[in-house]
Design a protein around this ligand. Sequence first.
Ligand SMILES: *Cc1c(COP(=O)(O)O)cnc(C)c1O
Length: 332
Amino acid sequence: MKQLAVNKKVGKMLLFEDIQRAEKIVAKHVVKTPIVQSKALSDAIGEEIYLKLENQQITGSFKIRGAINAISNLTPEQRKAGVVALSTGNHGRGLAYAANLMKIRCIICMSELVPNNKIEGIKEIGAEVKLIGGNQDEAQLEADRLSIEEGMTYISPFDNIDVIAGQGTLGLEIYRQIPKLKFVFVPLSGGGLICGVAKALKSLNPNLKVIGVSMDRGAAMYESQKAGKPIFVKEEESLADALTGGIGLDNKYTFDLTRKLVDEIVLVSEEEIAKGIHHAYWHESQIVEGAGAVAIASLLNNKSTPKGPSLALMCGKNIDIDKHFNLIAAKH
Ligand SMILES: *Cc1c(COP(=O)(O)O)cnc(C)c1O
C-alpha cells in the first residue's frame, strides 16, 4: 500500500489547472519578485529586455515554490512521516524552508564531503541533515532507505509533478507582470523550472517562445533531447553549480515535457557565465549565482536572437561570496 501511495502520480499529465491551483497555495508564502527592464541589455540587443529578479526570492532561489506545493499535496499520513531529499544546494534550502513553514519533518541526506557552511546553512533553515558516506550515491541509498523503511516521501528537485506545477507559478506571475513578452529565457538543468514556466506561459500565450539555457559542460537535458531519450552525461564542475547533474535515466516527466514545451536549448561557456555574473552586478545591481546568470549570458553572446519584448529569468543568488568577489573584480 505504501508503494502505491508513493507511485500514485506516475504518468499524470501536467495541466494548466495544476499550476493555477499551486499558485493559490504558494503565492501567500513567497515574494512576488520584481521585473525590471535592463537598459544595458535592451541597448545591446535592440529589443526591450526584461529581467525577472527571482534571485531575490526567500532562500535565494525559486525552489521554495515547488517545495511548498509538493508538501501541500501530501496526504495526512505522508505529512506525519515527513519528507526527505538529496541536495546540498537550493532544493535542500527550499525544501527545508517549506517543511519548517508547514511544520513537518525534513531530512536532507548529504555525503560527508559536503563543506560545513552548506550543512549549517540547511540546518539553520530547520531541516535535519544526515551525513552518509563519501559520495552522492551512498547518500541516495540512505534517502531511499528512509522512504521505504520509514515512509518518508522522497521529493525530487525536478521530476515531480507537484514540484513542476509549483515552479510554474513563476510563469503565471511573469505573464501578469508583462503580458506582451515574445521570448523567455530560462535556466535549465533537470527541467522542473522550465517545464512549469513554459506550461503556464504557453497556456496563456501559445505564440510565446521559451528558450532553455544550460552550461556547455555536462548539459544532461540538452544531450538527452539530442539522443531522443534520457542518457547518462558525465557531471562536470561548473560556475553554474545549480545546473549540474543528470536528469535520471528513469525520468518520468521533464524529458517529455521539455520536448513538448521548450522551443530551443542553447549552451553557454564558463567564460560567458563569468561575464554574466559580472554584468548582473555592474549593470543591473544584482547578485546572482552562476545558474542565475546563464540567461543573461545567452543574450550577451547572441546564442538565440529574440524578436520583440523578451525576458531573462534570474533564478538564484546563492554563490560563495569570495568567488563572487573575484568574479566581479575581474576585468572584462
Ligand atoms: C534548481 C535550479 C535550477 C535548475 O532547475 P531545474 O528545474 O533543475 O531545471 C536553476 N537555477 C537555480 C538557481 C536552481 O537552484
